[in-house]
Design a protein around this ligand. Sequence first.
Ligand code: HEM
Ligand SMILES: *[C@@H]1O[C@H](CO)[C@@H](O)[C@H](O)[C@H]1NC(C)=O
Length: 510
Amino acid sequence: MHTQSQPWTIHCRREKTSAAGYFGVGFVLRLVWIAIKRVLEYRADTLYGRQHGCQLSPALKKRWPLGIDRIKELWESNAEGHLLAFLCSIAKDYEPGNNLCQFLLVGPRAYHILHPRNVETLLLTNFQDYGFGCRPAVFAPLLGKGIFTQEGAAWKHSRELLRKQFVRAQYQDLRYFHEHFANLINRMPADGVVDLQPLFFNLTLDVAVELLFGRSVYSLRAGVDQADENREFAESFNIAQEGLAKRFRLAPFHFLYNPAEFRNACRRVHLFVERYIREQKLMETRSETAKDGSDVDSATWFIRQIASESATETELRDQLLNVLLAGRDTTACCLSWTFRLLVRHTWARDRLRQEIRSVMGDLTNPTRQHIRAMPFLACVTTILPVGGGPDGTSPILVRKGELVVFSQYVNSRRKNIFGPDADDFRPERWETGELDDIGWAHFPFIGGPRQCLGEDFALMEISYTIVRLFQTFTAIELPESEVVEAVGTERQKLTLVLSSADGCRVKVRR
Ligand code: HEM
Ligand SMILES: *[C@@H]1O[C@H](CO)[C@@H](O)[C@H](O)[C@H]1NC(C)=O
């Protein structure tokens, strides 16, 4: 499927900042020293670049000063829901080199990298040279310090701790999905049109909260028998997350977005988790938690394991919220795009239904083994192609503080890698072996040291849900009222994730 957790990601060459607090002469001397250091560094970098034959990548063409015309185009295409199509159209002008750089308004030079080898360098080979830029500050009000906002040694610690839990989760059955899937079905008509996208957002919230906390918030039972505190959490989490997406857009100016509604939502989310931690006595009992994972059968095994290696309640709270953010919308969007595409490509849908029937027979709940026996399902849920250009480009010198930006979305649609039908939904492309060597041209879960930890969990959740929906409904179709546009031209909504601006309306019949 062509959806990513961050359709575009910004990485920044690390820059060391020292604490402020200098006065008078000391301050002036400090400035002079910084200036001299900068000049020396700049010259050293230039020399380094020359030795390595570095050249600039082509600059983004702009007609108005400071690239204001480009910013206007970005703004407009975003308002129309076609921001990524616009970025793809820009990228096309830079084939085959597939790299470009820009200065927009003020600020450092930014490089958009599209070449798979550059992506590999950023995410794997020279991983330690790049950092997140302002991401930790953007996310801090909700996420504090956790795997998603940390770097260096702190991140390594979080990563190791969480990695162990996700390895354990891979040996579990698919129990997290059963109850919540049943709640999803209860929210669907037996015969009629329904927008699946908002339902998928609730499903993935309920599932992720259950995995992480050991007890769900049942957003799919809102208005039925959902407890008030759960409703408050689900609603506040949504508001807080939308706020993060807005701050993310503003990047260095993120502090401009901090309204009371957002702050209150973050506070309510925090209170909810803290209350839960106290109620379950997680901090008091953490020394008793078995580190060997022998408690994986208790509902709260995940949170207990994290608690056992957390120094404070806040550390534990932040870590779980980090994972919740990483795991929720991503999965919901993948499901929505999959069904949007399936009802518009009936041959793929029918082939999938056939595969499910032949593997499952009369059985209801698919297990991991069943899902592994469905190769076409794996093709359908694999993200759409990415691309980069042929070799022969010179290296590019990236100075400290300059930005490197990449987009899984744009990269996955390069015609010079995925062929002229790169934009089309053709899941069979993953069966034929034609893409075996694409390497870093396709990286829905990124890769390298920061690769997604929830990949297996997400793919199981997605596969389980797809299989069960096809089993439950004899027909899943495109409603007559829905339009069919070329893939990629539909209206999209880009926040931290990419969702469909028009939802995912399908007509179902039991
Ligand atoms: C289709 C669904 C998913 C996609 C496409 C996806 C994709 C990604 C990507 C691209 C990253 C790297 C983000 C960055 O550092 O910029 C990431 C990180 C992460 N993901 Fe996922 N993800 C998905 C589902 C999940 C789920 C369900 C979970 C957990 C339940 C999860 C947990 C994580 C965690 C903990 C990280 C941080 C890893 C680190 O920084 O070391 N993800 N994911
Ligand atoms: C989904 O969750 C939200 C937030 O809790 C809730 O307001 C909404 O009613 C839920 N929708 C459905 C259909 O369950």
